[in-house]
Design a binder for this molecule. Sequence first.
Ligand SMILES: Nc1ncnc2c1ncn2[C@@H]1O[C@H](COP(=O)(O)OP(=O)(O)OP(=O)(O)O)[C@@H](O)[C@H]1O
Length: 655
Amino acid sequence: MANIPVNKTAHPFDKARFEALLNRRFFYAPAFEIYGGVAGLYDYGPPGSSLQSNIIAEWRKHFIVEEHMLEVDTTVMTPAPVFETSGHVARFADWMVKDLKTGEVLRADHLVKNVLEARLAGDKEARGLAAQPVKDDDKKKKKKDKAKAVAVKLADEQVKEYEAILAQLDNYSGPELGELCRKHAITNPDSGNEVSEPQQFNLMFASSIGPTGQHPGFLRPETAQGHFLNFSRLLEFNNGRIPFASAQIGRSFRNEISPRAGLLRVREFTMAEIEHYVDPEDKNHERFADVREVELDLLDRDTQSAGSTKVTRMKIGEAVDKGIVANETLGYFLARINQFLLKIGVDPARLRFRQHMANEMAHYATDCWDAEIQNSYGWTECVGCADRAAYDLSVHTAKTGHPLVVRQALKEPIVTEKLVAEFNKKNFGKTFGKDSALIQKTVDSMDEAALSKVQGELAQGSATITSSDGKEFKLTPELLTIEKKTFKQSIREFTPNVIEPSFGLGRILYVLLEHSFWSREQDVERGVLSLPAVVAPTKVLIVPLSAKTEFDPLVREVSTKLRKAGVFSRVDDSNTSIGKRYARNDELGTPYGLTLDFASVQNRTMTLRERDTTGQLIGSIDAVIDTVIELVNGTIDWAEACRRLPAYDGVQAVE
Ligand SMILES: Nc1ncnc2c1ncn2[C@@H]1O[C@H](COP(=O)(O)OP(=O)(O)OP(=O)(O)O)[C@@H](O)[C@H]1O
């Protein structure tokens, strides 16, 4: 939608009102609320569920359909050996600290972040630099919440030091976080008490499979392993060719230490993950030319190491050419992620791509970038995009013996010559008895140079070899011959590398809601969610002037025509003014409204209202339906609709 409402930016984001709207309209709510709720678990209501489904539908179109990805749906419950092999049992952990008096548990890096950010905010206010002075009622809260420090000026060096710590927060190990807490007197903001040394806490939910309790399992913390374990079948499905990608949308579970940021940090959430398999020797992407010119805000590793968070706007083509982004395939996905997020309505001014610091990256990853989106909680990772190299497929191959590899026929066979040792088994057994196996093992483990040396000695009559435990054996040409042989290799076998874009749909949904929210008037409860039609839960609201039966045939006609065109509409014939009905649907993000009144019954006309501008057009029922279908499908914008249909300036029935 090209229409920016005139007064959309006039009122600063009001979080209390925003949250009240989400709650009132049941976008989502704490799960098990009437039992007191459980931190980090949420249920989505009707508009939240539709919004999520629409985001998923667009995601499938944008990635799976567009890129011919192979979709899978693998199990959540996973036997423990899988996560032992993948490294999750040993390493899928965060650092936690305990309040030494109350026992409250906090995530160590979040504690450092919250306290230092609050001190910097207090410093800004003391220097008169704060964008918005702390409100009185906030100040009352802050007496208890010491993380939100009140205006206290810091020394200049301290400001610099805090900023440098925050710029590379994800780079610290547990002991380093403990050191930071001690050095900067960081205590639990809720109580002011000191905290313990950081300890590791594994985030996976443990379970057991079957009645015996002898088969431990875990709820998966990401969908990725399900893709990898099916790699051979997927490769076969793809006729043995790479590159190709598998994709999966499904639930994941993480026992987060202290989830406090609403949908941004939950214990059960929906992920959409892509595993793109490439030849390690060729990570170019055949469609990279399509995205070369896409500009992204990049925050690279070096900038963060220098203590800065300043982004550089750069074309992805240039970023790959300069080696800032490791390869074309990774760059291709960063650009496609950017396009997807903008399409569903994320504000481009609040989107950046941040490169992982060396310590932050999984040890096997060669490069990793997060799509971070700014919201009232700060910058939040919403999509991770990593080059996982050959790690996952290699470890599962090594553990199971099942080769998760690609075998490619070579256009030109590779011809090599090698020395080969052959034993005269009969004579050998007779001469060396039980030592035969040891001698064979010793010879088999020899490299080309060692074999060549033995070959030379044999030509002189005999050779002496030494086994790994120091025993010496004398060999003659009757027992062993070594000859050069020619080998022809017509198959290349290798483990592909994996580029993984990984989306958290709840985080995307939440930031999208924040970015879409504004108030029509400063002091009146008239919130609007300017969601693009492509994801809006309901696309068109049909509003008959009243619930009188004389409108029924027209309501039926209009809703049937919209349904046939695949446009999701809803009828609101509730007993309240049309203005109130529209206001309610502005809060639900419904982009278009159709009003049926007495003129509709008499002349078959209908008005069309646009949510953000509240502009209205009038036309014949059929012309309006055609226009609204095109608007919803995105083939025209509101400016074009205004050219097609006359403005409606009749009775202000809709306002
Ligand atoms: N607890 C969570 N709640 C909601 N979404 C999550 C959560 N953890 C991860 N995600 C989503 O899954 C995506 C991929 O997961 P990944 O393992 O890369 O996250 P992460 O680096 O562990 O996140 P964080 O550092 O914020 O804990 C993230 O980009 C995010 O959108």
